[in-house]
Design a protein around this ligand. Sequence first.
Ligand SMILES: [Zn+2]
Length: 417
Amino acid sequence: MFSRPPKGIVINRKKQENRNRGFKDLRIGGSHEKKIWAALLLLTAAVNVTAWNSQAFCDWHVKHLFPLSVNAYGRLMSVFPFSVGEVLIVLAVVFTAAAILLGLARIFVRKGRGKLLISAFLRAYAWGFLAVFMIMTYNCFILYHASEFDETYMAQKAQRTYTDRELILVRNHIVSQLNELTRQLERDGDGFLVYEGDMKGEAIAAMQRLGGEYELLSGYYPQAKGITASDFLSQQYMMGYYFPFSMEANYNTSMYIVNVPATLCHELAHLKGFIYEDDANFIGFLACINSDDPFYRYSGYLSVLSYVEKEYKSASGKQAFDCLSIAESVYGDDIFLTKEAWEKVEENAVVETAVVKAASNQFTETTLVVNGVSDGMKSYGRVVQLLLEYYDGILYDCGPGYNGGAVLAEASAISSS
Ligand SMILES: [Zn+2]
């Protein structure tokens, strides 16, 4: 007998076929997609392994590939008047939370449109995650294994060791510059500094001037952008951020204005491939002190004062030094936020500052250590070594024949024993 299936069943079968085709297409696409995803992940991991093992590869990257980031991507991001990086961070948090929730939901949603939608979202999230890993590798991770500033530009001096004698000369020079400059600057009725010039423009000009001497710092710079959540940044004791995923230099708009010039130049230094904090501190310092603008010079000297003072104080525990005292107004300016700004921050705080600061410190410490900076946040203070190298030949001469170091080391040993 010849029987035909009822019409309804035919339709259902067609529907089923269509559905199957749909699933099949998804499955085929899925497996290809997965292979491409996994291949890119492995490739990026391999690039990271290469970076950890070859400084030459990283130096080549900083010189030839990395500049494309700021010249193309950074230029594109500069079109937006707000910090794109800040928006991306918020989106990343929202999408990650959604991915976790939907990942859990998928255990219970086993079929139908819901399953398809969840799968599509999770696939998109996986691609987003890979994109972030690739961009971070290209714009950040590799940079941690490239030559540091002094290895590239002060190679001979980087080998030298300096003594308390040079430290005192550098410290006194910085203090004398600050004492001189503090009298020239404009202040408001409360004694706080005010600035009327083109802050962001001068940061770019100062960095480009430095580029005339240090080639890696030459070329295009985007304008730095203020962070909307600056009060939250203050709670982290952060003056600025370089966002590798948006190639932006961002800064804290709540902090005391004298910190802004050095911070802008510090963040712009990161955009040129100098990822180390001590390098960025030093480059920021150099850009500022070579500016024609006294406010910039003051900000530059002030940005390293606390690091130098810390070393100076531990050195002066060993023996008595001629001490140049720091002017009252310099002390007054060496603050992160004004009292008034702190009150505003505390008023609007959602989480206690101590908690935010501890979490932020832990995050920074972990980021640095994971990227091979074994001394973590202490690395910020290595700027003093760079200052000692820079002033070698300017304030003193510690050429290869110099033996003052040995004499001072003995003197230190005697006085401390
Ligand atoms: Zn930095």
